[in-house]
Write a protein that binds this ligand. Sequence first.
Ligand code: GDP
Ligand code: MN
Length: 377
Amino acid sequence: MNIHEYQARAIFKKYGIPVPNSVLCHTVEEVKEAMASIDHLVVVKAQVLVGGRGKAGGVKLAKTKDEAVKAAEQILGMDIKGFTVEKVLVADAADIAKEYYVGLVSDRNSKSVTLMVSAEGGVEIEEVAKNTPELIYKFNIDPMTGLLDFQARNIALKLFKDVKLARKAADIFQKLYQIYLDTDSTLAEINPLVVTPDNDILAIDGKMNFDDNALYRQPELLAIREVDEDEQKEIDAKEKGLSYIKLDGNIGCMVNGAGLAMATMDMIKLYGGSPANFLDIGGSSNPQKVVDAMNILLSDKNVEAMMINIFGGITRCDDVARGLITALDIIKPKIPIVVRLSGTNAAEGLAILKATGLPTVSTMSEAAQKAIELSKK
Ligand code: GDP
Ligand code: MN
């Protein structure tokens, strides 16, 4: 899950990271109202769940009320990388002497949270990471000690010669780390963190991602969650006892078991195909689950063939076959389906499915090849 900049700013503020004042507006009218009591430079910023707004024209400085209104008219409704701008943040503009980058990510290799800082912050940080990665300083935070004062200061001193500034920055790093822990983040970024000509430090953009698996213990985040269509499907699937992740390919997969689902996607790739999803229907043969799973797969317009891959362990293949027939009766899917049954009572299951005329196979590789072949017809 990710959040808007204005929501990240609110979290920063709660933890004492300095952020300029701002007002969230949904309409041009609201911008007019907000500007009634403001007579200084502001910045009007698109609030969309995607980065690179500045480059896309979604961040505009405005000296007067009229300019702010004009900026809002341009930005509201704008499309940024497929996201329509439905709200703008009108924020007190910072006077910027220099822009810095600060970010925290979970690093699997070091099994720790990595703090990244750079004096090359701003809209070109991706280019910096690609072309001159040595300009980004990285520090793995020991989870047992956290980010200690002297460590935070030493890191800050890599960005700032001025000790006072370094202290302020160190404090921000530590606060951001505390936020990261408290909110089960997987990414927390301030880009840019700016220094003003008066040597103030301000966070003027925030990006945060959170671990979806931890949302059950983050009620405040759950309450502000905005989901897109694909995420909604994943959430609906979860409520039905299915683990579903949408992917970009055209072969829908329905599998019992997460490991087998991974292997199924690998097998499709191996034969040159592309899976449309990960879908684990779990260990039951309940026809309702098969119906739910099929509905999810068929709602994806990219799906051109379906590969059903069942390994019978405790689940018996003949039960699955009966569930499948019930489901097919209810849904009557129009796309080709190939079924692979193996394991407990596979022969009985395959015999039951014979009557449906569906192509049935007994190995995964046959199933993957058949599904790819059928998807091309
Ligand atoms: P992003 O492009 O989505 O990352 O949006 P940002 O909020 O980071 O803004 C992009 C760029 O706009 C920043 O790197 C700044 O150069 C500029 N900018 C944003 N806010 C301000 C501000 O308050 N004052 C000034 N002078 N420039 C700003
Ligand atoms: Mn930014």
